[in-house]
Design a protein around this ligand. Structure first.
Ligand code: ARG
Ligand code: ASP
Length: 709
């Protein structure tokens, strides 16, 4: 019976694997996918997408800032990305007089484009497989420690030698968890200017409520420009824009920078993530968000103060709920277990495969032991770090090192810096929220973590405050200098080195030190040890899977987990059935925006201008052939965080839209991909152009694009 069950599961698993939608492919190896892509409808070649011998699409895709993707759409370096990717820059350029977040921003001339010092874009110029060089001198006898040392030495040497000969930034990246290595040559651009952004009620329409959710109506785009030597950058390639839109079944591909996935984890690890860690994180974040919501609903000022904090906490919170449910509904753990049975059977066939069996067995012990440390870290980051006052007090740490020998200029500079940090902190700080969060989180932290394995401060609450967390929190917030802007400024203004003690004795600072101190001494060293062990086991297990899968399932091609390097993924446009009796269509329109409109809810406000255009049906050439204005669409591309802003392209390689999210039901795709529910969400390029052209009247940008009617 068990065997039959497993066979069914295995066939289920691999029927999924056969589907073409799964996979994030290395552009330099895309010729291996070319036939399949063309069979699915692609009309161009792998060489058109990635080539180092002539200009190709890769010359128009960049890693934007720290974790998004952007694409070049004109011969003058015009760059598109998501609104949520440009958000920080739009916010930074905003003032009370010019609130670009609320009003939108449009540079009507090139002179009005705003520099963004610190913002960088990275473009891949070449990548070369150097696996043999990196693994040179490693044998079956090499221990894990020796291996790490040799790999590092080989990489350092390679980078040093290559960097001496190249103008590009040279790095070596690990793929397949240390089973393959590529030398990467990246061009870095550091003069990026802000060109345009719609108002937030378009660029973030639906806000956190609609985040991760389909049907979606967000105009999630912003516009930048790459400059080089002070002039607009002339790229080797820029994308042509298609106004044809998409239809069910159309071939699409997404070209961008996925950050992290973990598709080859053993069942025990997926179980720990989805059934142990995420539920705690979700529970803690639910409690925090409930508190935020309560205050945010009551007061517009507080809503703004906590908008960004809410979005940060809410993004992961919602995603992980989706992951938990997806893993459960789609039997993720059982599928992994079934695969492991098949893997064991394969190992049994040859004696030298025992290293793989051993690794797979070893996971169980290591993850079981690791859990204690993993949870300690989770409570630290989710509960401990949620208390704003504690975090804030830590910025005064450098002042505790100051003494009478510290040069005056140095001290003055430090004080100035701290004053600026403090001003930024209090601007968006509302103490009643923080106090409530502190009480809730400290209770959760104390109740969940064992007495003999938690920060001392939690034991002290039990001892000195008889377990009364409220009393403790009152004491901290009443006594800490840092709980009051006035007291903090006074303290900083009159600071003398002899007062360092005031900081070390401050109850908020004491709490912070206790929490972080516990982590640094008791948790981190052990965690690092376990992580090193786990990474070695994963490398060995990955090596086994790389041998087993082609033998046992020859139809299936392997792809490496996302690692912040450029990838291609492809799939077809189409709706799906998220659950029983529910079917989703594949596109949304402006009508849906009007249906969702609610002038009383910030995220659902529709501006008069958009109403005018809608009422007049003034869509120009951006209307779909059905006469409506299409806003967003979904397709079966395997994307993840970092893919935001990525170009989604049609069979001819023309730009259809900007990827910006996934559907909630399929967020488990970072751990297990199921083509029936894992869909990526993109904003339709025609809606983007309609907004630039008709809504904002910034026609100079339209004029420099190459548009295919
Ligand atoms: N879920 C998307 C991503 O993971 C978009 C997040 C930004 N939008 C928001 N409403 N918080 O990045
Ligand atoms: N919204 C994500 C991002 O910002 C994309 C995703 O996770 O699908 O990269």
């Amino acid at each position: 019976m068990k065997k039959l069950f497993l066979t069914i599961l295995t066939s289920l698993l691999f029927s999924g694997m056969l589907r073409a939608d799964e996979g994030m492919w290395i552009p330099a190896l895309l010729h291996k996918n070319e036939a399949e892509m063309q069979a699915m409808g692609m009309k161009i070649t792998a060489d058109d997408i990635y080539s180092i011998n002539h200009s190709s699409m890769k010359d128009a895709v960049v890693l934007f800032g720290g974790g998004c993707t952007g694409e070049i759409v004109s011969d003058q370096g015009l760059l598109l990305t998501n609104h949520h990717c440009g958000f920080d820059w739009i916010q930074k350029h905003s003032t009370v007089e010019h609130d670009y977040l609320t009003e939108g921003f449009w540079a009507m001339t090139m002179d009005e484009e705003l520099p963004c010092p610190g913002l960088k874009a990275k473009m891949l110029r070449n990548m070369v497989d150097v696996t043999e060089k990196v693994l040179f001198n490693i044998t079956d006898e090499t221990t894990d420690e020796e291996r790490a040392k040799i790999v590092k030495e080989n990489i350092d040497k390679l980078v040093k030698d290559q960097q001496a000969m190249s103008d590009y930034k040279v790095t070596v990246e690990s793929f397949y968890l240390g089973n393959q290595y590529f030398l990467m040559f990246n061009e870095i651009f550091d003069d990026i200017r802000m060109v345009g952004a719609p108002p937030s009620n378009i660029g973030k329409f639906g806000g956190d409520t609609d985040n991760w959710v389909w049907p979606r109506h967000t105009g999630d785009f912003s516009i930048f420009r790459i400059y080089k030597d002070g002039k607009p950058y002339k790229p080797d390639y820029h994308f042509t824009i298609s106004l044809k839109g998409v239809e069910e079944g159309d071939f699409t591909f997404v070209f961008g920078y996925p950050a992290r996935t973990n598709e080859y984890l053993p069942a025990v690890a997926v179980n720990q993530e989805a059934n142990v860690v995420y539920p705690v994180v979700v529970d803690l974040r639910t409690q925090i968000l409930d508190i935020y919501n309560k205050y945010q609903e009551k007061d517009a000022k507080i809503r703004l103060q906590y908008a960004s904090k809410h979005a940060d906490i809410g993004n992961g919170w919602k995603k992980w709920m989706g992951v938990i449910e997806g893993i459960h509904n789609f039997k993720g753990i059982e599928k992994k277990q079934a695969f492991e049975e098949a893997f064991y059977a394969w190992c049994q066939k040859q004696r030298n495969r025992v290293i793989y069996t051993r690794a797979l067995r070893e996971f169980d012990n290591v993850y079981a032991e690791f859990e204690k440390y993993r949870m300690a870290t989770t409570y630290l980051t989710e509960a401990g770090f949620a208390i704003e006052l504690f975090n804030f007090s830590s910025v005064f740490d450098p002042l505790t090192e100051v003494d009478k020998d510290t040069p005056k200029e140095e001290l003055d500079a430090l004080i100035e810096e701290l004053k600026a940090t403090a001003a930024g902190f209090y601007k968006d700080y509302y103490m009643p929220i923080d106090k409530e969060v502190a009480v809730t989180m400290l209770k959760a932290y104390r109740d969940a973590q064992p007495k003999d394995f938690r920060p001392e401060i939690l034991n002290e609450i039990d001892k000195k405050f008889k377990g009364n967390v409220e009393a403790y929190v009152d004491y901290v917030f009443n006594r800490s200098i840092f709980a009051s802007e006035e007291k903090t400024n006074k303290f900083l203004d009159g600071f003398k080195p002899s007062q360092a003690k005031k900081i070390t004795k401050d109850p908020a600072f004491v709490a912070y030190k206790s929490i972080i101190g516990f982590y640094l001494t008791e948790v981190y060293p052990k965690s690092a040890e376990y992580n090193a062990k786990i990474n070695n086991l994963r490398r060995v297990y990955m090596e086994g899977q790389m041998k087993m899968i082609p033998e046992v399932y020859p139809e299936k091609r392997l792809y490496p987990d996302a690692n912040f390097t450029l990838r291609v993924t492809y799939g077809k446009v189409g709706g799906f059935k998220p659950k029983d009796a529910v079917t989703y269509g594949y596109f949304t329109t402006l009508d849906g925006i009007m249906q969702k409109e609610n002038p009383n809810i910030y995220d659902y406000v529709v501006t008069d201008r958009l109403h005018e255009l809608y009422d007049a049906k003034d869509y120009g050439r951006y209307a779909d052939k059905d006469g409506t204005m299409h806003v967003a669409f979904i397709a079966g591309n395997h994307t993840t965080g970092g893919n935001s802003g990525s170009p989604i392209l049609n069979a001819e390689g023309k730009l259809l839209g900007l990827n910006f999210d996934r559907t909630w039901e399929g967020t488990m795709s970072d751990l297990i991909y199921d083509p029936s529910i894992c869909k990526n969400i993109s904003v339709d390029i025609r809606y983007v152009l309609f907004l630039i052209d008709k809504y904002a009247g910034c026609t100079r940008l339209i004029d420099e694009m190459t548009i295919d009617e």
